[in-house]
Ligand binder design. Sequence first.
Ligand code: HEC
Ligand code: HEC
Length: 224
Amino acid sequence: MKFLALLASVMVLVFSTSVINIAHAKDTDSRKDIKAVKSDPLIRGAIVYKNYCALCHGHKGDGKARATKLYGQGNLVITMDNNPPEFYEKMIRYGGGSVGLSRYMPGWEDELSEEQLADVIEYLYVMSEPEARGRAVFMTNCILCHGVKGNGKGRASVMYDPKPADLTRSDKNDAYKKMIITNGGAAMGRSGVMPVWGLQLKEDEIDDVIDYLRTILVVPPPEQ
Ligand code: HEC
Ligand code: HEC
């Protein structure tokens, strides 16, 4: 009997938590929201760029990176405005040598799929804008909790109390955001669920995501 009573209470517990989850689930990002992010060429292109190109060209495409010194004679700054798109496509596919430029720029046709090539090229054309880079940082690191829209309604948000902040209504200035993103919630006397990003993201990436967060505010920005 004791066992049955226990079983019954476990079932009630399971049932009630799933009801709570369903009630919340309506509110959180849908599968469609997530799919839209996963199939966005600018997000996928940013991931390709970070994995294959940033080492030489720098995270911002400004030619400042760990390996930059090794290729001193080449121009590593990505501008995309001196040549037509076909030129860049050829160069990225077959390497710098194929267009009469530095052979230190490798060809990527064996490493990247057609889709990845198209995506990274699309990203190269927007990556000089901080918000575009920051959007990619946000969509690849923050949406599980803060949601695709940044409104705090990510799929994991139901698990946490306090909830992930609604970043569209933040009253915090950029300096505060930089501190909490770099050092995590606990360091600011807030929830330790907000991770420490200073180890995983470069300072540039954190600055970019803060630029992006400014663009999603639906309330007047706080004094800086
Ligand atoms: C091993 C270092 C290295 C890596 C990795 C690398 N590149 Fe390059 N890239 C170069 C060099 C060197 C040049 C300069 C060529 C020149 O001016 O002679 C260059 C030039 C370029 C240019 C021309 C820039 C402009 O605006 O004129 C583009 C575009 C480019 N690379 C895209 C990419 C992409 C996309 C990736 C990743 C898939 C990538 N590169 C990875 C070394 C690299
Ligand atoms: C694992 C869940 C989780 C992830 C992933 C996460 N956050 Fe958070 N974040 C939180 C929680 C929870 C809070 C609220 C903390 C509190 O109120 O004590 C928070 C708070 C914040 C705040 C403070 C906002 C304000 O107005 O007070 C900022 C800014 C922020 N997060 C940015 C980010 C950024 C940028 C990323 C991605 C690089 C990110 N977060 C990823 C959980 C998360």
